[in-house]
Design a protein around this ligand. Sequence first.
Ligand code: CUA
Length: 346
Amino acid sequence: MRRHPIIQMVAIGAVASAIGIALALWINWFPADAAKQAKPIDTLYDVLMIVSIPIFVLVMTVILYSAWTFRMRPGQELQDGPPIHGNTRLEVFWTAIPAIILVSLCSYAYGVLTDIEQTHKGELVVQVHAIQFAWSFGYPRADGRAVVSNQLYLPQDRPVRFDIDTQDVIHDFWVPAFRVKIDAVPGIVTHLRVTPTRLGAYPVICNELCGLGHSVMRSTAHVLTAAAFDSWLAQKRAPATPAGAAGGGAPSQAQLIALGRQTFTGDGGCGACHTLAEAGTTGTTGPDLGRALRGQSQADLRTDIVDPNARITPGYSANIMPPNFGQTLSAQQLDGLVAYLATVSK
Ligand code: CUA
């Protein structure tokens, strides 16, 4: 004798749900968790999958099973099934059960949100400035001026509050390894809290389509030990001393060029948008600098970096390159870049 269809469906659904949940928990969905906020978010995600997979599987099982078992057979073309009237008990159940599930999950998610947004004493405040198409990070000082960097540096195990603003359109500040993200909205300052826990370098990504350079609007978050962070900040605050020139004095031309190359490929992020054979970079958002800069004077090269809209290479648009490199690069990095670009574009 054939088993009752409902028992068969439940059996198929239970097996498929178990396989689905096992697969969902086995797959490693997330990058490294580098902040205190990551664990509760990852757990929330796992719980949401454990709850939603059986519902999805149950609905699909009923649809596929019914389509197969109760399909029209030859000779039944003109037949209609028996009329169906409402079933109050069933309707109460299928309204009440989803309502209970939704309210429980919302309460749990609300608890997680409250937990990860908690304020802490002694927070480090970092300003995040968005501009088409670059990030810059400000570390306020007592005298009101901020240390500015276009890479994000954070100390390990210290709560951080980000104050996020934008100079133009809506962007979205996201560090996947910290899990959390928030929009940068013109006219207001938004906040995000994170306590980095794991040393390392993690991508900072713009997660709101903001224009032609959106995909290259990236930076790096470096989580350092507290001591390494303090010495990085102190070195950023100190009046510039030439790299490698102990005891001060002007850097040699070779030191400047080396600093310029390092800025081009690293801290300045130039290579993300520009191809330059000597530096080994292949970006295509902006012109190939090996060609575009050939034979330019050092004064023109400097203008191209700090005031990129002053002269536009034919075939490229204005307002793509961030206009704030004059602020985010140190004077010495700028001198280095000019020296380096002058050398490679001769
Ligand atoms: Cu900024 Cu996308």
